[in-house]
Structures are given as C-alpha cells and as structure tokens.
Design a protein around this ligand. Structure first.
Ligand code: SF4
Ligand code: SF4
Length: 387
C-alpha cells in the first residue's frame, strides 16, 4: 500500500514566510544535489544530505527535513544555486528551514556556545567586547572620523583568533603602504551576523545589523573595507534591507585597484609555486576572481598555478553556513580534498583570502601531515611579506 504522507501546509507557509519565497519554483530536477560538494565525500552526513529532497520536504511541510545533521550540513557555498535552472534561492530556503528550529533554540549542540557568545559578547569567538581591539597593539591606526575615506571593518575571527590577528595586521600594513585614508571603530563594532543569519537566528542577526548600522550611520561611514568575504556579503547585500547603504569592498579588490594606479608595488622576490583557493563568498557569491590573482602575479618570482576546480567551480573549504564550528568526521572534510588539489599541482603555498578558509585549510593541512610540502597563507600575509 502507498505510504500516506503527513503534509503540513502550515509548516510550508511558515517556511515560505521565513524567507523561502522561491521554494515553490523548484521543479525537483536534482541538479543541485549532483553539484553539491557533499557528493564528493563519503560518510554518514553525505549519505543523508540531499538538497533536492530537503526542498521537496519543505514544499510539502513534511516532518523529517529538520533532522539536525541534514538541516545544518549545508555550507552555503552557492554551487547549487548559481547552476539552478529555475534560479531558486536555495541558500535562503535552507536558512528559512533552519529558522523553524533555530529561533526556538533547537540548534546543534556545538553551535549553542557560538550563539550564546554572540548574544553576550557581540562575537562568536567567546571574546570579551573590551578585547575586540587588542589586535591593534603595536600598530598606529587612527580612529574613524568624518575625514576618513574608508572604515576598515575587521572580521571577529581576526579580532580574537591568534592567526586571524596576523591577517588583520597584514591588511593594515598593506593599506598604509598604499596610502589609503582609513580609520577603525573596532572597539564599538559587533559581529556582522553572517553566520548567525545562515544558521537561522534571524532575530539575533537583525539586532546585530541594527547595532552596526546605527554605529556606522552615526559616525558618517560611507565606504567600508572588509577583511573577510563573509562581512563583504553581509554589508553589501543584506544590510541595505535594514537601512545600511554603504559602498563595500574586500581588501583584495581595493589593493588591486591601487596597484594599477601605481600606489602599491611588491619588491621582495618570492620564488615559489603558488595556487589560489577562491573563497566562496569572494568568488562565486561576489564574482571577485581577478583581483587576488593580479596581486599574486605582481610579486616577483611567484609562479601562479591553477587548481582544476577554480573560480566559479571552486571547491568550498566547508567553513561557511556556520560550519566553521562543526565537528566533521574524517573522510567528509572538503578542506582535505582542497589540500590534495593543491598538492597535486605541486604548489609550495596555498593562498586564500578569507579567515574561515585559512582556519579550515590550516587544520586540514596539519591533519593530513602535509605541512612539509605545502604552506597555507592568507593573501595579505604573503603580500605584506613581499613589500
Ligand atoms: S537545481 Fe533548482 S530546480 Fe533543480 S532541484 Fe535543485 S533547486 Fe530545484
Ligand atoms: S549551498 Fe553548497 S553545500 Fe549547500 S546545498 Fe548548495 S551546493 Fe550543497
């Protein structure tokens, strides 16, 4: 006898109202599932994660799509979305499905301290607000005033994580070298809220957005430089909905422009074979592909080689969608595939331009014991060493 499905139109309507407006346009072709990086790995999560099926279940408001390992496995890499023939906003759909549980406090155990830290400290890295600007010690960085052209917004990871702090310092070195007129408001800022929105806590995201927008508007900010592609995405595409209209640029794009104007050059030779890992939120989501490559090619001695999966086809590191905090079983880590891609190209250095990618790739490289043949660097670290 055919199974009778327990369809819930109320649940479907709730998901749609939480942001899944394009859910009904999905025609169930399955292309998204085929392109998803979860198909490249093998294990328990990859067996259960099927984005086509998940959206079908949501269309019908069925029980079952909200199993924790399924619902929170999407890394929001966008590979499915940019190829969907119906232009379904798959990531918004995932976010809306997550919000059915996240707003009631039902999120994976590993994410609970992250959300608590954002609520109490304004950042997901368990750092105190009064320590947010500690990364600036030893640097002479002016506070943002109405005379500053740009606000430099430093990602929470780079405010608190020891490796991340080096990235923030390197970006400052490069901006100062190129003569950029910028200032900071680090001590008063909160997390941009990107991961919080992706994990489905819309209310908390909107609080963070309101706080930052009020701060930026109050100080007269017009242009923002971000160190992270995740902050770029949020400020550029999501804050306008809440009254935050800023001109936002990732540091790589700004530096590339300045280099072309003759305001930045690299003089120290670095005779290394280098490959670039496109962060999803810089590349696929924001179409910044050339700037990082132009900068790397301008360093004397560098031989830039491409991995097979690059630009629009770049493989996600798996740090997006709040997955940077997830515990992932050996065999299911996309970052390990990425290390293999770089090693196969005989690269000496795997460069990326995102603090989450650095975290994921450094861990994978160490876990695979490939540190003797491959070094992972954030682009600003490499470029500041080449000045
Ligand atoms: S590719 Fe688009 S239309 Fe096809 S199943 Fe996925 S979301 Fe639906
Ligand atoms: S955004 Fe990436 S991880 Fe999420 S379903 Fe699409 S392809 Fe898979």
């Amino acid at each position: 006898m055919d199974e009778i499905l327990d369809v819930s139109l109320e649940m479907r309507d709730y998901i749609v109202s939480a942001g899944a407006e394009s859910l009904s346009t999905c025609m169930q072709c399955g292309l998204c599932t085929n392109l998803c990086p979860w198909r490249l790995v093998h294990g328990e999560v990859s067996e259960s994660f099927n984005i086509r099926k998940m959206q079908r279940q949501a269309q019908l408001g069925l029980d079952g799509f909200d199993e924790e390992e399924v619902l929170f496995a999407c890394v929001t890499c966008g590979m499915c979305q940019v190829n969907c023939p119906r232009e379904v906003k798959i990531i918004d759909n995932v976010r809306a499905m997550r919000s059915t549980t996240a707003e009631a406090g039902f999120i994976p155990k590993i994410l609970k301290p992250v959300v608590s830290s954002v609520r109490s400290n304004g950042n997901p890295w368990m750092g105190a607000q009064d320590k947010r600007a500690e990364w600036q010690e030893g640097l002479d960085i002016p506070a943002f005033t109405e005379d500053s052209e740009y606000l430099l917004y430093v990602c929470c990871n780079s405010c608190y994580d020891p490796r991340g702090k080096k990235i923030a310092k390197s970006v400052v070195t490069l901006l100062q070298k190129a003569g950029v007129n910028f200032g900071v408001l680090t001590a008063e800022e909160k997390c941009c809220g990107e991961s919080i929105r992706k994990l489905g806590d819309e209310e908390l995201f909107q609080k963070l957005a309101a706080s930052n927008i009020s701060l930026f508007n109050g100080k007269g900010v017009k242009k923002i430089i971000t160190t992270s592609p995740h902050c770029l995405e949020t400020f550029k595409k999501e804050y306008p909905e809440f009254g935050g209209e800023f001109e936002v640029i990732h540091y790589s794009e700004l530096l590339s422009n300045l280099m072309k104007e003759g305001k930045l050059s690299f003089n120290a030779e670095l005779a290394k074979r280098v490959t670039f890992h496109d962060p999803c939120y810089l590349g696929r989501h924001n179409q910044v592909f050339d700037s990082p490559r132009e900068l790397l090619q301008a360093v004397p001695g560098i031989e830039l080689v491409e991995m097979e999966r690059n630009k629009m086809q770049s493989l996600c590191c798996a740090g997006g969608g709040a997955r940077v905090w997830a515990e992932v079983a050996v065999g299911e880590r996309f970052s390990e595939l990425r290390i293999t891609d770089a090693v196969d190209k005989k690269a000496d250095i795997l460069v990326t331009a995102c603090p989450y990618c650095v975290t994921m790739l450094v861990d994978a490289c160490a876990g695979m014991e490939k540190g003797d043949v491959l070094k992972v660097m954030e682009m600003s670290e490499l470029l500041s060493a080449a000045l």
